[in-house]
Design a protein around this ligand. Structure first.
Ligand code: FAD
Ligand code: NAP
Length: 582
């Protein structure tokens, strides 16, 4: 029996059951939130649409799926024992191992008994009389809770473009984010992959090994840096574990929430020869830290051009057919879209049975029973993989009817883009919390760190509300407005806001175009959250407290007293708006 099936248990429908907190989602965010709520002595129910824990790593089982932040850092840091007992086998662990880790966490902290799997939350409404949330699921549950915590994930609502004729296609159509559990064998098949984002870039080299012919439909080329993934030796793991807390602390002080060598010097102050050497060294280290080659790469277009030119030269060095190499060379800002990390991606286009089809100017026209038509040409296919990404950041919220005060729905409130205070909560929706969603560093930092910081803040907040006997907490409109204005202002400073990425909702037609994550750097954000808390939850209205909220003896999870890493994120760097982000 696999860990997943073990997790899937039918449950009796719950009606009129009352909880202190309901958590939606059992990815890393939902799991840790449940653990902290239990620690506060609260009753909690977690609802999870999937059949097991792990979220992203439960759903994204496509070939080649793995993390792009080193596993020794892409993991929970809240338990020193957990850190010590778990052994990652590779620098970048593959999806099955990350899923096994999520299952291990669920078992180790005895979390499953409060999670209802295969259960999707369909509605959550705030009852202004009882000051409680009423939550409904697709299995008929109707429960109430004081707190409703959305741990629904930023990249969890698959984007399935409505291609004309899709239903007429004779073969199977897969989405990387909803991959069959039994796996897919492409041996001998003519396969089409739509998309060239991270999921495509990871899966294409492996699909190409099985398929008799592979056609990749590319709308926008992406930059990708080699992972140089390798097995971790016991010595390497032991070296980290010997002082794991120090590594975790260094990671928290970084704008990205993970640690890697970073060079603050501006690219334009180096000579062309120095830059070439620096980029080559960074390329040989590989992965996302490549962006740490210089300090100004995401702030100065001329500096960015130097790294973009280097990356394009690499593509041309690898890909033998000049026309294909041209098509694969992005012309947008380097690192503007999420940088991809690959193993043998560009090399795959040297294989005789792999072909690249440009759909940037002439989009996919339609599916036919036999394949896909582009620009009047039919490409014959037996199976199609949609590596078309997600309705990022807000997609999973759109699939729940969330109603706050006065009948206002979240969909209405966020029509022109998400509005939150610190990404943690949104005015008009008391006691509704969001984990690592829009308005927080979220996907711009190592996400497990983003999640842990939010969960700890929320646990401290909820603990405090209990301490003072308060009924509700809710952001004040003007503080939320200021935060949204600040978010937009900081986003403008970075070149990241300049391209059509999922960070701005541009991957899906019709979405409002706003930069959704907070780009000002992880520790800057953490300090802001700490300040808000220690100032008595400044910017929040707390209602119904029996004890005074003045000079409160607030709780603050100690490890979030995060210093700024002054080598990378000095006050001068902040003033010059050159805080690096990944
Ligand atoms: P998720 O893992 O997305 O979990 C959310 C859960 O909520 C899902 O299981 C979903 O089924 C459930 N849910 C949603 N709506 C409902 C509902 N209405 N009712 C019930 N359940 C619901 N980040 C990194 O920092 N480093 C990486 O290397 C990295 N690699 C990634 C690779 C892939 C393929 C993808 C897609 C993302 C990756 N990410 C990475 C981002 C990743 O999403 C986060 O790291 C992290 O796993 C998110 O955890 P989460 O718990 O917030 O959300
Ligand atoms: P993505 O980055 O959004 O890529 C989706 C791809 O599909 C893009 O190339 C997009 O083109 C294309 N596409 C979408 N709709 C299309 C259409 N109608 N016609 C043609 N092409 C279309 O999604 P993803 O690859 O799943 O990755 C999402 C995020 O998840 C990543 O950015 C990353 O944060 C995370 N992730 C991480 C890893 C990892 O390495 N650990 C792996 C996978 C995912 P456009 O670019 O033109 O929109």
């Amino acid at each position: 029996m696999t860990a997943d099936t073990r997790a899937t248990r039918a449950h009796a429908t719950e009606v009129d059951t009352h909880f202190d907190a309901v958590v939606v989602g059992a990815g890393f965010a939902g799991l840790y939130m449940l653990h902290r709520l239990r620690g506060l002595g609260l009753s909690a129910r977690v609802y999870e649409a999937g059949g097991g824990v792990g979220g992203t790593w439960y759903w994204n089982r496509y070939p080649g799926a793995r993390c792009d932040i080193e596993s020794m850092q892409y993991s929970f840091s809240f338990s020193e024992e957990l850190d010590q007992e778990w052994n990652w086998s590779e620098k970048y662990a593959p999806q099955p191992e990350i899923l096994a880790y999520a299952n291990h966490v669920a078992d180790r902290f005895d979390l499953r008994r409060d999670i209802r799997f295969d259960t999707r939350v369909t509605a959550a409404a705030f009852d202004e009389h009882t000051r409680r949330w009423r939550i409904e699921t697709d299995r008929g549950d109707k429960v109430s809770s004081q707190f409703c915590i959305m741990a629904v994930g930023c990249l969890s609502a698959a984007n399935r473009p409505p291609f004309e004729g899709l239903e007429t296609f004779r073969g199977p159509v897969y989405h990387t984010g909803e991959w069959p559990h039994e796996g897919v064998d492409f041996t001998g098949l003519r396969v089409g992959v739509i998309g060239t984002g991270s999921s495509a870039i990871q899966s294409i080299p492996i699909i190409a090994r099985q398929a008799s012919a592979l056609t990749v439909f590319q709308r926008t080329p992406n930059y990708s840096v080699p992972a140089w993934n390798e097995a971790l030796t016991a010595e390497q793991r032991d070296a980290v574990k010997a002082d794991y807390p120090a590594l975790r602390a260094k990671a928290r002080a970084r704008p990205t929430g993970f640690y890697f060598p970073f060079n603050m010097k501006p690219a334009l102050e180096a000579t062309p020869q120095e830059r070439q050497r620096q980029y080559e060294e960074a390329w040989q280290r590989g992965g996302l830290p490549f962006l740490g080659a210089y300090g100004d790469l995401l702030f100065d277009k001329a500096a960015n051009d130097t790294i973009a030119d280097f990356a394009r030269r690499k593509i041309r060095d690898i890909v033998r057919d000049p026309a294909t190499a041209d098509l694969l060379c992005p012309d947008n800002v380097f690192g503007c879209k999420r940088l991809c990390v690959d193993t043998g991606y560009f090399e795959t286009y040297n294989l005789p049975h792999v072909k690249l089809v440009d759909v940037s100017r002439t989009p996919i026209e339609r599916f036919t029973p036999q394949g896909i038509v582009v620009n009047g040409v039919e490409h014959s296919l037996d199976a199609v993989v949609c590596a078309t990404g997600f309705a990022a950041m807000t997609g999973s919220f759109e699939r729940i009817r969330v109603t706050g005060r006065g009948g206002l729905t979240l969909a209405e409130k966020w029509r022109a883009g998400p509005r939150t205070y610190l990404g943690l909560a949104t005015a008009g929706f008391p006691n509704l919390f969001i984990i690592a969603g829009p308005g927080s560093p979220s996907v711009l930092a190592s996400m497990i760190q983003s999640i842990e910081q939010h969960v700890d803040w929320l646990a401290d907040c909820i603990g405090h509300l209990r301490d003072i006997g308060a009924a509700t907490i809710e952001p004040l409109g003007r503080y939320e407005d200021d935060w949204v204005a600040h978010l937009n202002e900081v986003a403008q400073v970075s070149l990241r806001s300049t391209c059509s990425s999922w960070y701005v909702g541009a991957n899906i037609p019709g979405r409002p175009r706003v930069f959704m994550p907070y780009i000002g750097g992880f520790p800057v954000y953490v300090q802001k959250c700490n300040e808000v808390m220690t100032n008595g939850f400044e910017g929040f209205a707390i209602d119904g407290a029996k004890a005074t909220n003045h000079a409160p003896r607030v709780r603050l999870t100690e490890r979030w007293r995060v210093p700024l890493d002054i080598e990378v994120i000095s006050p001068a760097a902040i003033a010059a708006k050159r805080v690096p982000v990944v």
